[in-house]
Design a binder for this molecule. Structure first.
Ligand code: OGA
Ligand code: MN
Length: 294
């Protein structure tokens, strides 16, 4: 097949179906093992920036193929707290065994916002999912920002926060326990000090591609507001977090084996539901390098 024909065929098949809810869309008609035409990539990128999270059903991807797809969004990154898969240096196997109680991502968060340059995208692929449960919730922090009362928005317009992994990865955090780390395949060792790192980011960030503002601070990664104690910061952090994850901003992804999702980690929060005890769930995770929040 020549390339022109390939593009036309891709276009004919490409469909974008909005999820029920305020964000997210399903992309239909593509086999992500195939090289995608530039026009198809452009359409995927456009839809991704608009909908915040895209899913693709019924894929059959190896770790390398998943990483290759993610590469279409930019350079791959490495998650600091977990070992990568033997199969691929940029893939993490997220496995929750039937007997395990520890859930990765079971809090409203955006990925590793405690890093100086957090990833722009996370690409998650479902290998094995429970019969029922194990959905992921996504919240649109752009719409939540737009809806903030103008007085609050202006009052905190330039405010910055101290972000740290300590709250979740420190010794008292949910992932701080050695047994939990072993269950998750966490890689700490001599890198334990990393959990204490602190970085400054705005509470509200501006999307580098769309220019839209969104709520960025969270209860799990934002220690405090710059110039304020944690105690004094908590009411605002709590208010913003509760607002941003309110029902009207939230959509739900029901995984099936072979579902791939990619979300924009700069303007969304997500939450992995832990409601499938006794069943196994196996996901593969790849992240794409991002820039410094502004
Ligand atoms: C993640 C995460 C959600 C899930 O990979 O960053 O939060 O549903 N996962 O597994
Ligand atoms: Mn996450």
């Amino acid at each position: 097949m020549n390339r022109e024909r390939q593009i036309i065929d891709d276009y004919r098949q490409l469909g974008i179906v909005e999820w029920d809810g305020p964000l997210g869309a399903e992309v239909t008609g593509l086999d992500l093992r195939q090289a995608l035409a530039p026009e198809v990539w452009a359409e995927i990128q456009r839809a991704w920036l608009q909908y915040g999270v895209l899913c693709f059903r019924d894929q059959q991807l190896t770790p390398a193929q998943q990483a290759e797809f993610a590469r279409g969004f930019g350079e791959l990154d490495v998650y600091p707290f977990m070992r990568s898969s033997d199969a691929h240096p940029h893939v993490i196997e997220l496995v929750k065994e039937a007997s395990s109680k520890t859930n990765f991502g079971g809090l409203w968060h955006t990925d590793t916002s405690y890093l100086p340059e957090p990833p722009k995208a996370t690409v998650l692929y479902a290998v094995e999912v429970p019969e029922q449960g194990g959905d992921t919730l996504f919240a649109d922090a752009r719409a939540a920002f737009d809806d903030l009362p103008p007085s609050l928005r202006h009052r905190w317009a330039g405010a910055r926060g101290i972000y740290t992994p300590r709250l979740v990865h420190g010794s008292t955090g949910v992932y701080g326990d050695a047994d939990v780390q072993a269950e998750l395949g966490a890689r700490y060792g001599d890198e334990a000090g990393r959990a204490e790192a602190e970085v400054e980011h705005p509470l509200f960030r501006t999307h580098p591609e769309t220019g839209r503002k969104s709520i960025y601070c969270s209860l799990v990664h934002t220690l405090r507001i710059v110039g304020m104690s944690r105690e004094a910061s908590l009411p605002l952090l709590t208010e913003l977090s509760e607002h941003a994850t309110g029902d009207r901003y939230v959509a739900r992804l029901r995984w099936q084996p072979g579902t791939l999702a990619i979300w924009d980690n700069r303007c969304l929060f997500h939450y992995a539901l832990n409601d499938y005890h006794g069943q196994r769930r196996h996901m593969r995770r790849v992240i794409v390098r991002g820039d410094r929040p502004r």
